[in-house]
Ligand binder design. Structure first.
Ligand SMILES: NC(=O)c1ccc[n+]([C@@H]2O[C@H](COP(=O)([O-])OP(=O)(O)OC[C@H]3O[C@@H](n4cnc5c(N)ncnc54)[C@H](OP(=O)(O)O)[C@@H]3O)[C@@H](O)[C@H]2O)c1
Length: 330
């Protein structure tokens, strides 16, 4: 199969947000450098980080104009120098630059095979949302069977994986989501689901835990919810894993930690974890593979959009109007 010189792609042209993402038809098809492979994108994953990048708030993110998107699955169609695998014809998933396009380059060593029998689209989440959820629960949140885990954005791509895995590991799950999404969250096995816009989330969590609080909080909501998460965590032993700022930055002081919230606050950024603690990432991927083999994690069934409708998909994600994973098909 011949590889064209140019391709369709979505280009982010400003830091004003996803509305300034435009379709182009003449983006150069990248060529794989040493240690890289070129994939023909079957499906690109949409992530909350795409929104942060479009607003210029993702630390170290790309400067416009740039090809948007960073997660994609597809078939390897060319390999750079010194690549021993994956070979052309292999279906892989990975992260890189410019996933909202017909072709994309991935680092060969980090390109993961799509699980046997799955389509690329069904594997979306495997290298971003699922390891983030698992890292938050296990190596960082140190959850144990019988503990209570509070999961925000539980109907989202990362939240659904977190609820599924926390239940599998024997936790009681208190989830938060918009009311229209509660059914989806309960179907995953969550024990309780609260309205994420309820002004008194911490009181509800304390009521559901007999006044004790949650052992682990998966905090991605940010804004005013961050404070509720701190108040909902069990004093002295509660762990609050902070991995998202959807509602904006929120502050905590040393005074708060001494006098108000005697909890463990743990930051998580999966990109930094991959770089700084590759052995932990390797363990996460091994565990995810085992969960897939055991049928705990099922193929994703993302809501799909045409590539050209990417700005619409991002706008819906930003407006809290989506459930589960979103994908763009080039
Ligand atoms: N640190 C990392 O490495 C890492 C990796 C992956 C994801 N994340 C973070 O995990 C979170 C979920 O990401 P995702 O891609 O899976 O998205 P998602 O959960 O599918 O969608 C985001 C959801 O967050 C909830 N939310 C709460 N406050 C919000 C606000 N002020 N604005 C918009 N949404 C808000 C909404 O659910 P309700 O309306 O139902 O409450 C919304 O549907 C994001 O914060 C993301 O940045 C972090």
């Amino acid at each position: 199969m011949s590889i064209p010189a140019t391709m369709r792609a979505l280009q982010q042209t400003s830091t004003r947000g996803p509305q300034d993402m435009r379709s182009i038809t003449d983006a150069p098809v990248p060529s794989p450098d040493r240690g890289e492979v070129l994939i023909r994108v079957a499906a690109a994953g949409v992530n909350f980080a795409d929104i942060s990048k479009a607003h210029g708030t993702f630390r170290g993110g790309p400067q416009p104009p740039y090809l948007a998107g960073f997660e994609a699955a597809g078939e390897v169609v060319a390999v750079g120098a010194a690549v021993t695998g994956p070979r052309p014809g292999t279906h892989v998933i990975g992260v890189g630059h410019g996933a909202f396009a017909e072709y994309m380059v991935l680092t060969a060593a980090a390109a993961m095979p799509v699980p046997a029998g799955w389509t690329g689209e069904q594997a979306l989440g495997l290298v971003v949302n699922w390891p983030t959820a698992l890292a938050a629960l296990k190596p960082l949140g140190r959850m144990a069977a019988g503990e209570t885990v509070l999961v925000h954005a539980a109907a989202g791509a990362t939240g659904q994986a977190a609820v599924t895995m926390a239940k599998h590991y024997g936790a009681t799950v208190i989830a938060t989501a918009a009311p229209s999404k509660h059914e989806a969250v309960l179907a995953l096995g969550a024990d309780h689901v609260l309205d994420s816009l309820d002004g008194d989330l911490s009181a509800e969590v304390l009521r559901l835990t007999g006044g004790g609080g949650a052992d682990v909080v998966l905090e991605s909501a940010g804004g005013a919810t961050f404070n509720a998460s701190l108040a909902a965590a069990k004093p002295v032993t509660g762990r609050v894993v902070v991995y998202g700022v959807a509602g904006g930055a929120a502050a905590i002081t040393n005074w708060d930690l001494v006098y108000k919230h005697q909890v463990h606050i743990i930051g998580l950024n999966i990109g930094v974890l991959i770089q700084a603690a590759p052995e932990i990432f390797g363990e996460l991927i091994s565990e995810l593979s085992a969960l897939i083999a055991a049928g705990v994690l099922a193929p994703a069934a993302p809501t799909t959009y045409d590539l050209a409708d990417g700005p619409k998909a991002l706008a819906q994600l930003e407006a809290r109007a989506t459930v589960g994973k979103l994908a763009l098909r080039p």
